[in-house]
Design a protein around this ligand. Structure first.
Ligand code: V47
Length: 360
């Protein structure tokens, strides 16, 4: 093995930090079994043998979106035949039905950037849900949505976040990060928060005590260097705030998007990306294998390549399925538990803040 890779292995065994050059060397190397064993070693050291999952429900308030990112099959214009926008009553009805399941602990709320709804509409929905279902954790609005709310309301980012926190937002999902590069964003998603704006909104959320997730959308027009830079930007922010709970990578699914000609990432790339994320993000405790995008068998494999979290039951996922994700629409808890036990790890049902509720 070449000397640089040997040095990287030594650093990982010693718990030392990897550099950008190390990340690039890991992507260039094709010894997947070696990489996987290092990522598995790092995972075990940071988070032991538990594999976390939660019981949650996704609610996408609207698919009408002013951003119209090239990679997205979910967003549409207001006059599209698929367009929908939920009333407050409809949101409450969905939430009430979902929470009839006593195991359900979280509502995950992410939506399009609606051209007409005022900021107050979103605040009212959160306040309504919190009043009706005070025991449910509301993981709501990506940093992109926070930036949009600031734009439409004329409020500052901290004001928007404080208003939402007061209304009942408990934490934020990690979407909208895509690739934190101006080149990529100008090409794929010029009508929404820039890389600096995404990082800034996330920084303020963490400062105000709103923890959030981080994500990466890969396998489109980005270079390996841009993937590494993305991971290092997240690592730097985590050093500063400690506010990230978990990292998720989304392999790009091109069906029904403007980039429909692009092939799906290889399984090899998916496993390398998860493993390298675990190794570079040394200050993240949790790396999520998002079965919705990966499919259940690949998510199970990813648990041997650095991941320690398999998200949750995720009923009614729409964004990824619009782009052709072939996975189930939701998973039973018993399936998640089997998937974890089959690889000799311990299923741990968690809440949204990663407190263990039950070890199964
Ligand atoms: O930002 C959109 C991704 C994200 C496609 O924090 C796509 O726990 C692949 O925020 N192919 C939104 N990916 C979803 C999101 C999320 C989902 C699950 C868990 C969490 C969490 C957050 O979905 C977007 C984008 O990066 N996405 N379209 C696509 N065609």
């Amino acid at each position: 093995m070449d000397a640089h890779l040997q040095a990287i292995e030594m650093k990982i065994r010693d718990g030392a930090r990897l550099t950008k050059e190390d990340g690039l060397a890991l992507f260039a190397n094709q010894d997947l079994a070696w990489l996987g064993s290092l990522a598995d070693f790092a995972r075990k050291r940071v988070s032991g043998d538990y594999v976390y999952f939660n019981v949650n429900r996704h609610i996408n308030l609207t698919n009408i979106c002013t951003a119209r990112c090239k990679f997205c099959a979910f967003g549409c214009d207001a006059d599209s035949r698929q367009a929908y926008a939920m009333t407050k009553e409809r949101v409450l009805e969905i939430a009430r039905v979902a929470t009839e399941d006593p195991e359900l602990k979280e509502l995950h709320i992410v939506s399009g950037l609606h051209p007409q709804w005022p900021f107050e509409y979103y605040v009212d929905i959160i306040a309504m849900l919190k009043e009706a279902l005070p025991h449910i954790h509301l993981k709501a609005f990506t940093a992109v949505e926070i930036c949009y709310f600031a734009k439409i309301s004329g409020k500052s980012i901290p004001e928007v976040l404080t208003t939402l926190k007061t209304a009942g937002v408990n934490s934020m999902p990690g979407g909208g990060a895509e690739i934190l590069s101006d080149r990529v964003r100008t090409e794929l998603c010029p009508n929404k928060a820039t890389a600096a704006e995404w990082l800034n909104a996330t920084y303020h959320a963490h400062r105000l005590g709103i923890r959030s997730n981080a994500s990466m959308l890969y396998g489109h027009i980005e270079t390996m260097e841009e993937r590494i830079d993305h991971l290092l930007s997240l690592r730097a922010l985590q050093d500063e705030t400690g506010g990230f709970q978990t990292f998720i990578c989304f392999p790009f699914h091109s069906k029904n998007t403007e980039l429909a000609y692009m092939p799906r990432t290889s399984l090899w790339d998916d496993l390398k990306t998860i493993a390298i994320s675990r190794l570079l993000l040394d200050n993240f405790k949790n790396i999520k294998a998002y079965w919705v995008m990966l499919t259940v068998p690949v998510a199970q494999l990813a648990l041997g390549f650095g991941a320690n979290d398999i998200d949750g039951t995720v009923s009614e996922e729409k964004i990824m399925h619009a782009a052709g994700a072939k996975s189930e629409k939701a998973l039973q808890q018993s399936t998640i538990i089997d998937v974890i036990r089959q690889i000799g790890r311990i299923p741990a049902q968690r809440d949204s803040m990663y407190n263990i509720l039950k070890v199964l």
